[in-house]
Design a protein around this ligand. Structure first.
Ligand SMILES: CC(C)(COP(=O)(O)OP(=O)(O)OC[C@H]1O[C@@H](n2cnc3c(N)ncnc32)[C@H](O)[C@@H]1OP(=O)(O)O)[C@@H](O)C(=O)NCCC(=O)NCCS
Length: 380
């Protein structure tokens, strides 16, 4: 047997028409469109449509999609009632994972894996995850849940449901850009996990639940939360260099740096860096951006490693006054449209995803009666 491909690095498992990455040149395209153009000119709602249907919408299609999202945004009261009894100190991402799974009980088409049902479920989940994230925050703060406003778009609605206040244009746009940039990223770990779930002919809710559980880890979507915790632990710009040297000497990973695919700057990090800079000037305090910039320079010098998407999304969310442990949930509520799109692609051309291990344990052991056994060290 050949050597195992640990971490499945460079393994290509399918053709796809959704997302293109050139990690050496730092290029990311959704359905052929560069993310720089989408971040500058598009909205999350339009980008979501683009991902799902494969081309940019005309005005009437976009308006219909906006109305469809508004129609589905409200979470059924029965689901909210269950959400309210989850202990307030639960991990926020675990809370979301449970809530996503719960939504299936309130959808009569949950077990229908046909394409029309899956399109409808992708739209529904895209609309509802944002409501769930805001509801989780309100529940644990013991505050009343705020119903979505059909006049607002996805980004503005989320901030409104979170705080009860309609956001100013700078905050709405910052959230919109962050959502656009997180909407898809080829075969990342959570998308892969969900595609594996779909490959068994399981349903869309199970696949999204697998994906949320996978996104939760600090090496994936949980990194943005750890970035902010890291900046808070460092405290002030004058501590950055000493802190970083200490961490690198102790062979610790620096959260928000490195990527399996990008060997140059992650284009999403470059865009969010500009947004973080703008917010640091207009909202403040400036120190979060300053410390991030210092860490970026120092990591380049010490390790030649660049920041990834999670690095600057952390300070963008901090400037929007969002609690740190909600950061990965925002990632999930954006990525859900990419997940749904990939899962539909998997359903269309499915084959069970089932790799192998290279067994290196003992063979042909004799089964001994319990009274004859000797307790030897356990195999880890
Ligand atoms: C993203 C990540 C998981 C990619 O992992 P990977 O492709 O398996 O790469 P590895 O973890 O094997 O790292 C390769 C080398 O770079 C180093 N490296 C990678 N990311 C690093 C980081 N954030 N800080 C310090 N060193 C890092 C590793 O220590 C390793 O060095 P070595 O070869 O001397 O042992 C990894 O870069 C990481 O853990 N980053 C921090 C978490 C993060 O920000 N995740 C969000 C990703 S979008």
């Amino acid at each position: 047997m050949s050597e195992p491909l640990v971490g499945l690095e460079d393994v290509v498992i399918t053709n796809s028409t959704i997302c293109f990455i050139d990690g050496e040149k730092g290029i990311l395209r959704y359905r052929g469109y560069d993310v720089h153009a989408l971040a500058e000119k598009s909205t999350y709602e339009e980008t979501a449509w683009l991902l799902m249907y494969g081309r940019l919408p005309v005005a009437s299609e976009l308006q219909a999609f906006h109305e469809e999202l508004a129609k589905h945004r409200e979470v059924p009261e029965g689901a909210l009632a269950i959400l309210r009894v989850i202990p307030a100190k639960s991990d926020a991402m675990a809370w979301l994972r449970t809530s996503v799974s719960l939504l299936s009980a309130f959808d009569s088409e949950s077990e229908d894996n046909s394409e029309p049902a899956n399109i409808r479920k992708t739209i529904l989940l895209t609309a509802r995850l944002a409501t769930l994230v805001a509801a989780i925050e309100r529940c644990r703060q013991n505050l009343p849940i705020i119903a979505p406003d059909p006049a607002l778009d996805q980004a503005a609605n989320f901030l409104y449901m979170l705080t009860g206040k309609k956001p100013d244009e700078l905050s709405r746009r910052a959230m919109d850009i962050a959502l656009i940039l997180q909407a898809d990223h080829e075969l990342n770990a959570s998308t892969f996990a969900g595609r594996v779930t779909v490959s068994t002919q399981s349903d869309m809710y199970s696949a999204v639940t697998s994906a949320v559980g996978t996104l939760k880890g600090p090496l994936h979507g949980g990194a943005n939360q750890r970035v902010m915790e890291m900046l808070e632990a460092i405290g002030t710009p004058d501590q950055v260099d000493g802190w970083l040297k200490g961490q690198l000497c102790a062979k610790k990973k620096i959260m928000g740096f490195g990527h399996r695919v990008y060997t140059t700057v992650d284009p999403r990090a470059a865009i969010l860096k500009q947004m973080s800079k703008e917010l640091s000037i207009k909202v403040g305090p400036a120190k979060w951006y300053e410390m991030s910039e210092m860490l970026q320079q120092a990591m380049l010098k010490e390790k030649n490693i660049n920041p990834n998407l999670d690095f600057y999304s952390a300070t963008v969310y901090r400037y929007l006054n969002i609690h740190t442990d909600l950061f990965p949930l925002i990632f999930a509520m954006s990525r859900v449209v990419g997940w749904g799109t990939h899962f539909m692609e998997q359903y269309r051309n499915n084959r069970l995803i089932r790799p192998m291990t290279n067994y290196v344990g003992p063979q042909n052991l004799r089964y001994t009666p319990i009274q004859e056994r000797v307790a030897t060290p356990l195999i880890p």
